[in-house]
Ligand binder design. Sequence first.
Ligand SMILES: [Zn+2]
Length: 148
Amino acid sequence: MNFKTHILFAFLIVLYTKDYFHGGIGFVILVVIGSLLPDLDETKSYLGQRVFLIPWLSKLLFGHRGVYHSILFGLGIGYLVNLVVGYVSGVALFIGYVSHLIMDGLTKEGVALFWPLKWKMKGFVKTGSFLENVIFGIVFILILAKII
Ligand SMILES: [Zn+2]
């Protein structure tokens, strides 16, 4: 999925989770950041084009949609943020991370959600296709429905 779809879906998830965790704007920002982090393993991704060296190295070592696109890695990053910043921040980052995995799990390429297990969550959406735009529109409508 494209970064815009990831951000929009993360925002939808924020609307349903931030009150539970008493999250403010920092919570929202961390969820959105978390929703972009898995694509640090792709040099052509939105984040991959803006971060120096890490995407190139990550893609070389692990490949795109490898370990970075797993719940295990998301848990690890969330746990580190929990230790350094705090529990709610770690949870926010993890929520965003998982939102990314869910959306990529709808694509034909899929994600190895439970890496190192090889099983992949797969769908039928091609990244950047009309169908992704339809999903984007549905998520947008769900956001409006929640806000209004
Ligand atoms: Zn991805």
